[in-house]
Design a protein around this ligand. Structure first.
Ligand code: TRP
Length: 339
């Protein structure tokens, strides 16, 4: 899967996490859990909080501090072990921004014109009859170059991302290739994106894709009452189900993501035989959420109540990562004649 160039023997996995609000179970099963599982297969793993990417949308200082800690606590509570994985804030690694300056000089503007996020903003402006540049700052325009810098700084071979970020990883690879071929030297490892195959998108309680913007999420961090409330709103039908038709329902997709496969089989039997109805089924889902996420919620809350612990973990992470970043940057600066 990963094709590190032969000079680099340790495959490295890296991913950035933007500071955002609390996760829903779609984020957990679709991104957090698979990324942590994937990381266990690699020699080196880097998880960082992409706070300067976040600055494009989070511009309130208190909000930035809170969201940064919140996303850190989310991953730590999910089992990210800072003794095994490098875990740090992007902003604590200034080499990232020095490398970005170098990469800027090799990146054709035309590549940025084609980047999805920028293109979407321009398209929206055109539809709304505004100028193309309305609300486009350079942070948005050069977003993929900063991301390339995050990736290339650590000789990353694999980058787990959602579908919306694949293009950015491809741009990072293109930039790396351009520099390598210009100097006729393997300066950068060529990164590849890894997506989480086999994980179907979870539906939300209304059957559409689970997403905050649809207001149809089941939260990961919640109380039993909140889980019950969300579960009761799941849309169900009045049909008599066969096992096959049941497995197509929103309810079953959610239940089988959360519960064990054994409990999922039992549920299929109990519903199709008429032993239980949707109400009991929903109670079972609420219990399954509790089994799965109550401890996780507790640990998240414990961490959020000790912000100094989170800060210390991120700080220690940055201290171990910086020498690695400095070594890569030195190698590149030597190649380009700045050192
Ligand atoms: N752009 C990514 C997102 O929106 C976050 C990110 C920043 C990232 N730098 C990265 C992801 C480097 C992977 C590698 O989710």
């Amino acid at each position: 899967m990963q094709k590190a160039s032969s000079m680099h023997t340790n495959p490295t996995i890296l991913t950035g996490i933007k500071p955002t609000g609390q996760p829903h179970i779609g984020n957990y099963f679709g991104a957090i859990k698979p990324a942590l599982e994937r990381a266990a297969e690699y020699e080196n793993s880097f998880f960082f909080i992409a706070d300067y990417h976040g600055l494009n949308s989070v511009q309130d200082p208190e909000e930035m501090r809170r969201l940064t800690r919140s996303i850190a606590a989310t991953w730590l509570a999910a089992g990210l072990d800072p003794a095994k994985h490098h875990f740090y804030r992007q902003s604590d690694i200034p080499e990232t921004f020095e490398l970005e300056t170098i990469l800027n000089t090799f990146t054709p503007k035309g590549w940025m014109n084609k980047a999805h996020a920028y293109k979407a903003t321009v398209a929206n402006n055109q539809t709304a009859g505004r100028s193309d540049d309305h609300d486009v700052n350079m942070g948005l325009f050069t977003y993929p170059i900063l991301m390339a810098s995050d990736i290339l700084l650590f000789d990353t071979s694999a980058v787990p991302v959602g579908k919306d970020q694949i293009q950015h990883v491809e741009i990072a690879r293109d930039i790396a290739q351009k520099v390598n071929s210009f100097y006729n030297k393997d300066i950068f490892v060529l990164p590849e994106h890894v997506t989480h195959e086999g994980i179907a998108e979870l539906p939300g309680i209304d059957g559409r894709k689970m997403s905050k913007s649809y207001n149809n999420v089941i939260p990961v961090f919640a109380s039993v009452e909140e889980w019950q409330k969300a579960v009761r709103s799941i849309v169900t039908d009045a049909e008599t189900h066969t096992p096959d038709s049941l497995k197509q329902t929103t309810f079953y997709k959610l239940y089988s993501a959360v519960a064990t496969s054994e409990n999922s089989e039992t549920l299929v039997r109990d519903i199709t035989s008429g032993a239980i109805g949707w109400k009991d089924a929903k109670d079972r889902l609420a219990s399954a959420l509790e089994v799965r996420f109550a401890e996780y919620t507790k640990e998240y809350e414990r961490l959020m109540n000790s912000p100094e612990e989170i800060d210390r973990i991120l700080h220690t992470g940055a201290e171990t990562v910086r020498p690695i970043a400095q070594a890569t940057l030195r190698r590149i600066k030597t190649t380009i004649g700045i050192l």
